[in-house]
Design a protein around this ligand. Structure first.
Ligand SMILES: [Mn+2]
Length: 298
């Protein structure tokens, strides 16, 4: 296992992996940074998310004491940022085109945002490859509006756009408009929601098992970091109290890894707060753990 280089020449890639171990051709997993931030409705700043997440990932150890494996053995390549275009629908399409190429090269893709609207493009590309796809959407918000601020690709509409492509299971929701609630009720079970209040009140194994059971075989996971509790994840554009804790999220993700085939994921909405890097490290370590859980199996 290689040692981490002295910090003054750490490579600028996810995990600070030596260049020869992070080349595209040799890598099973690719990180696709998408610094898009245009339709955020409360606080902007997610455009700085991908760089902060990659920067924070460089302080993580290669060795993971939980899986007892070296992260460098997986093969993780960090791609250049997707160039931003100032239209959320066109941006989602850019992400679709990029992910489609990566899936065509048989890569496992981890998209890092950037605002949540980019996820629909990644889901669309995965849908084409896995027509029986189910999407797990972990978020404080339902994101089920048909349009917001006149834009059907607003970040507050992303779960609605995804649910038009495939069945959707939302987890951690604690902010929802009445019209969104009615839309979910009228979906005949195609959209399932596990509310944060029920997660808080119930046993972890009950809601986790029910959520896992409601997913199909092939799963794409889209995580809005505001799903986490604000005490550990304040660096989001639209924070809400009462979210998931760190080990709760990891336990849930491990249950999914054990029972399902996770084909891709994204982690979005990191809005770095200057002077507080702890949430950036949480976001980076989440991506690191998800790659280990979902993509490191031989
Ligand atoms: Mn959200």
């Amino acid at each position: 296992m290689p040692a981490k280089n002295p910090h003054f020449y750490l490579p600028f890639n996810f995990g600070a992996i030596p260049h020869e171990l992070a080349e595209y051709g040799a890598s099973k997993v690719v990180i696709l940074p998408v610094p898009y931030d245009a339709t955020t409705t409360y606080q902007p700043g997610t455009r700085n998310g991908p760089r902060a997440l990659i920067e924070a990932s460089r302080c993580l150890e290669f060795y993971d004491e939980e899986t007892e494996r070296s992260f460098t053995g997986i093969g993780v390549c960090t791609l250049d940022e997707v160039e931003v275009v100032d239209d959320a629908g066109k941006m989602a399409n850019r992400v679709y085109e990029a992910v489609k190429v990566l899936l065509g090269d048989n890569k496992k893709v981890a998209v890092i945002g950037g605002e949540h609207s980019i996820s629909s493009g990644s889901v669309k590309a995965h849908m084409e490859r896995y027509p029986d796809l189910t999407v797990l959407h972990v978020d404080a918000h339902a994101d089920m509006r048909d349009e917001l601020a006149g834009n059907r690709f607003n970040h507050g509409c992303v779960a609605r756009r995804i649910s038009e492509m495939c069945p959707l299971v939302s987890v951690g929701v604690r902010s929802i408009a009445e019209e969104e609630m009615e839309h979910i009720r009228s979906s005949n079970g195609r959209i399932k929601t596990f509310f944060a209040k029920d997660i808080h009140d119930g046993s972890n194994s009950a809601w986790m098992d029910a959520a896992v059971k409601s997913l199909g075989k092939n799963v794409y996971i889209t995580i809005d970091l505001d799903a986490f509790d604000i005490s550990i994840m304040p660096s989001v554009g639209t924070p809400q109290p009462g979210g998931l804790q760190w080990y709760q999220m990891l336990e849930f993700m491990k249950k999914i890894a054990a029972g399902k085939n996770v084909v891709g994921f994204d982690v979005t909405e990191l809005m770095p707060i200057p002077g507080n890097r702890a949430p950036d490290v949480l976001a980076a370590k989440l991506v690191y753990k998800l790659i280990s859980y979902f993509f490191s199996k031989q």
